[in-house]
Design a protein around this ligand. Structure first.
Ligand code: GLU
Length: 315
């Protein structure tokens, strides 16, 4: 199978995306991600914004979450371009990408438990010490995972929001990472890189909690011969106790029922305020459409606070 990679026209109009994992309903943190990625792309009249449901990890998926996320986005007036892409339909593409870098990948029988029992841990969890690089250590294992060989070289990128260049030596800080899991599921790192390239994404706008995944994604793009998008990691929303808004931390879902036009306008204004855009008061807007028109005209990537986390009282 050949992969039809879309040319990535960084100098042309942005092609952005929102890529939620359907592990629960949309919460305020994910609404911020949708809003930032939408406006960064759609402030340009020729910009495109694609919606991708990242349901590659079927075990973490929650029944009905994809539909609920889509309905919530619709009810807030988000308009995506083209068809929604579901990662669960992309397995052949992921396998073709793996096949194309067969010299750089190897099977691995090490279980997570075994690796955690070794002492090499740091902020990213355990560092994979390359045990299976020269051959699988347990040949009886039925379904090995597939890892990519990394190299000791700093991979750096300049984010469009975070002020400092971010560098990572993947071999020393992460180790050879998994592209296909022992249960047969393709890993997020591979899926996101393949889909960004297949969809011609040239602008990735997402929360700072994923910033340290980016060098791994750039490394894969280089191996696969894909273009590198621009990256903008906006501050992650945290509550008073410093916890990030997330499904794991049980952040409340944004309800679409009993949510009036005014409440929706206020929720979107809170997202814009969080993103440093200084929107006017809700009384200035008759409709969600008015608000979006204001936002398309006034959005500035540069106004987003250049910090990794930011407090929000809005939940
Ligand atoms: N699917 C990821 C999430 O819901 C986002 C991944 C990305 O934007 O690269 O957190």
């Amino acid at each position: 199978m050949t992969l039809d990679i879309q040319p990535n026209k960084n100098i042309d109009s942005p092609i952005g995306r929102f890529a939620p994992s359907p592990t629960g309903a949309l919460h305020f943190g994910s609404l911020i991600a949708a809003t930032a990625s939408y406006l960064a792309a759609k402030q340009d009249p020729d910009g495109k914004w694609l919606l991708r449901i990242e349901d590659v990890d079927t075990q973490r998926e929650q029944d009905g979450a994809s539909q609920s996320i889509i309905e919530t986005l619709e009810s807030f007036g988000f308009m995506w371009d083209g068809e929604i892409l579901y990662q669960s339909h992309q397995n052949e593409k992921y396998q073709a990408a793996l096949d194309s870098i067969s010299n750089h990948i190897y099977p691995c029988s090490c279980t997570r438990k075994y690796l955690q029992s070794l002492s090499a841990t740091d902020t990213y969890g355990y560092i994979y010490p390359g045990i299976c690089r020269n051959g699988i250590n347990n040949p009886d294992i039925e379904n090995p995972s597939i890892r990519v060989k990394t190299i000791s070289e700093e991979i750096c990128f300049q984010d469009l929001c975070q002020p400092d260049i971010f560098c990572q030596d993947i071999e020393h800080e992460i180790g050879d990472f998994i592209l296909k899991r022992r249960d047969g599921l393709y890993a997020y790192q591979l899926a996101v890189v393949v889909d960004d390239a297949l969809q011609g994404i040239n602008q990735v706008v997402r929360g700072s909690d994923i910033l340290d995944n980016t060098p791994r994604q750039i490394y894969l793009q280089r191996l696969l011969g894909y273009p590198q998008p621009e990256y903008l990691h906006f501050p992650t929303a945290v509550t008073a106790n410093g916890k990030k808004l997330s499904k794991q931390n049980h952040s409340p879902a944004i309800s679409t029922e009993n949510n009036s036009r005014i409440q929706k306008i206020e929720t979107l204004l809170a997202a814009l305020e969080f993103l440093g855009q200084n929107p006017p008061n809700s009384s200035d807007f008759e409709s969600l459409d008015d608000l979006w028109q204001w936002a398309f005209q006034h959005w500035k990537n540069d106004n987003i606070p250049k910090v990794m986390t930011k407090f929000t009282a809005f939940e």
